[in-house]
Design a protein around this ligand. Structure first.
Ligand SMILES: [Fe+2]
Length: 374
């Protein structure tokens, strides 16, 4: 048996209402917190006010950095680090979707690093503590040791990694996802499903990650349509939140695969939401991977409750993507042969691609891209 590395937030609290723990947890780590969030949605849902009140009621002063954009940049992390230092915050509270959590983790993990943040940064030395509260069920970023950031100067998008990016606490409260709009619910849910399946079939899959990935896929497959159709369905939201959390735990150990290797360059070139790209690519990549992953797909179908052969599984996923309004016409989105030279090298260099169950070389990748625009 090859070795296993398992990574997670130091403590995870899951369940409706667990956000009430925020004040006491933050107060035990310092006297001032920097809330890191997106520009609008946390405030619009009322969650920003609620989190601020929870912190202040526990005697924790609050600064707010509400500047996280989609596809967050290195500059945003730098501005957040400056705010952290200027306001002398002891702890970061990262609240929002994957982008807000990734930026919050980077601000905390690299908060005391004197070097500028680059896509090659490694968060190895201890940073400041971070409490992560996801408001979407998608990336599982509340338990993963990486932050996906974009270098606006080069257009490059990559994951910085490191132990210091792991949050001290993950507070996964499904009630915080009730206000997530349908398109975001679909995209983030497809990201979570892709992450569960890629962690399940990854060459890094192991005895700890595999049961988590399988259970994640089962819960997400059984609840994503319901959460999309009725955002106030708390049972579906709870299933999705638990599924995405389990997928995050699985991928932090097993890593991912070719969908995620391709999703970064395609997403940044054509400005497509990460989860939508993942969902749209998933059936194509699974078809490519079938010779290497047939047994895992059969077990996955049993877990999800799909009868038939691998083709039925791929049809089910394509149907789900279509029903969620997340299908992508890649040619219409801008994908063309002239761009292949900008897509193939970063995809082949990606750590996710290196964990794909079927080895990927340049001709295979080119053939797959050709099929996407055929
Ligand atoms: Fe993802």
């Amino acid at each position: 048996m090859s070795g296993i590395a398992f990574r997670s937030a130091r403590e995870i609290f899951f369940g409706s209402g667990v956000r009430a723990r925020l004040g006491a947890l933050a107060a035990a780590m310092g006297s001032r917190a920097l809330i890191v969030c997106g520009r609008r949605s946390l405030e619009a849902s009322g969650a920003l006010d609620e989190l601020r009140t929870l912190l202040e009621a526990a005697g924790v002063g609050v600064s707010i950095f509400a500047e996280v954009e989609a596809e967050p940049s290195l500059e945003t992390v730098e501005r957040g680090r400056a705010a952290l230092r200027q306001d002398q915050c002891d702890v970061v509270v990262a609240a929002g979707g994957g982008s807000a959590l990734d930026v919050g983790k980077a601000i905390a993990g690299l908060g005391d690093d004197p070097e500028p943040v680059t896509l090659a940064s490694e968060a190895c030395r201890p940073g400041r503590p971070c409490i992560a509260l996801p408001t979407t069920s998608g990336t599982g970023a509340e338990v993963t040791p990486n932050s996906v950031l974009t270098d606006t100067a080069t257009g490059g998008k990559a994951s910085i990694r490191g132990h210091a990016l792991l949050p001290e606490y993950a507070l996964v409260d499904p009630e915080l996802t009730l206000s997530c709009p349908p398109d975001q619910t679909a995209w983030s849910g497809l990201d979570a499903l892709t992450q569960a399946i890629e962690a399940y079939t990854s060459v890094g899959a192991n005895a700890i990650s595999t049961p988590l990935a399988e259970e994640a896929a089962r819960r997400i497959a059984g609840s994503l349509r319901d959460a999309f159709a009725d955002g106030s369905d708390l049972r579906a939201r709870e299933e999705m939140a638990l599924g995405s959390l389990m997928a995050g735990l699985a991928l932090a150990s097993a890593r991912l695969g070719l969908v995620h290797g391709l999703a970064h360059p395609l997403g940044s070139l054509y400005h497509l939401p990460h989860g939508q790209v993942c969902g749209a690519l998933l059936p194509w990549v699974m078809e490519f991977n079938t010779p290497a992953a047939r047994e895992q797909y059969a077990r996955l179908m049993q877990a999800i409750g799909i009868c038939g052969n691998t083709g039925d599984l791929l049809d089910w996923i394509s149907g789900l993507v279509g029903d969620l309004g997340a299908a992508v016409d890649f040619a219409q989105a801008g994908l063309n042969r002239d761009d292949f030279a900008r897509i193939i090298p970063p995809t082949l260099a990606s750590g996710s691609t290196k964990h794909n169950p079927r080895p990927v070389d340049e001709p295979a990748l080119r053939a797959l891209l050709e099929r996407l625009i055929a």
